[in-house]
Design a protein around this ligand. Sequence first.
Ligand SMILES: Nc1ncnc2c1ncn2[C@@H]1O[C@H](COP(=O)(O)OP(=O)(O)O)[C@@H](O)[C@H]1O
Ligand SMILES: Cc1ncsc1CCOP(=O)(O)O
Ligand SMILES: [Mg+2]
Length: 262
Amino acid sequence: MTDWGQNLATMRRNAPLVQNITNYVAMNVMANVMLAAGASPAMVHAEEEVAEFAGFTPALTINIGTLSGAWVRSMLLAAKTASARGTPWVLDPVAAGATTFRRETAAALVALKPTVIRGNASEILALSGAGAAGKGVDAADAVGQAEAGARTLARATGSVVAVTGAVDFVTDGTRAFHIANGHATMPLVTALGCSLTGIVGAFLVGQPPLEATVAALAYYGLAGECAAATAKGPGSFATAFVDALANLTPAEVSARARVTQA
Ligand SMILES: Nc1ncnc2c1ncn2[C@@H]1O[C@H](COP(=O)(O)OP(=O)(O)O)[C@@H](O)[C@H]1O
Ligand SMILES: Cc1ncsc1CCOP(=O)(O)O
Ligand SMILES: [Mg+2]
């Protein structure tokens, strides 16, 4: 049995710098989530410096949540630099099926070979060509509906594909896992999906992509379970969740990760 807590221990030992090009909604939440977990986030997206930073960061995440032309130019520059250097990078295709602009931007980024693509079921369905629009940034489909599409997308791109929801699904196109950790309050707090993308980026440093992604999702979902034990609603859940990310130990993750082969 894989010891998923070891991946958390490795991430904390590395305390990796992670460059994030993320959306206006997520920036603060994501930085706090990443710091609590033990990573070192930097939100760097200006066209003038994005490639230079991507030239030395050990991991990069790109999130299309609040797009404009300038953001897209920055994203493409950073992704090209990461791909050329072999730097692990994660794509978060927020609301990828909602508009033509998002569909085209997501497709251009997928072509630059993200190490991991992490999205909700509707987003992964949209990327896999199923035409799902989602409900804005929220999922309108169940994870199970996106699993075949995720496998196809992973085989077509060479990326690890992570579909999150009630029970997460992660595949490299050959192997696949379900992660049953998590809590129903998580989608009621904005930017927790975006922030998870940053956590996946931190876990990727020096670790194999499929295992790193599964471990990141188990740890994150488990923090949600811990937060729910004391929270009175989404507001106090958000605070308790950041505390749980900081307080969870690798041993607790090893003992409580609910990961099965799919
Ligand atoms: N109904 C649910 N029950 C348990 N965990 C959930 C549920 N929905 C989402 N999660 C968890 O919330 C986190 C963010 O996933 P998700 O809500 O799918 O992302 P996004 O915000 O990008 O749509 C993941 O850890 C996922 O496992
Ligand atoms: C509400 C919203 N609008 C554009 S990006 C964003 C945040 C989405 O965050 P998440 O995908 O983590 O729910
Ligand atoms: Mg999202």
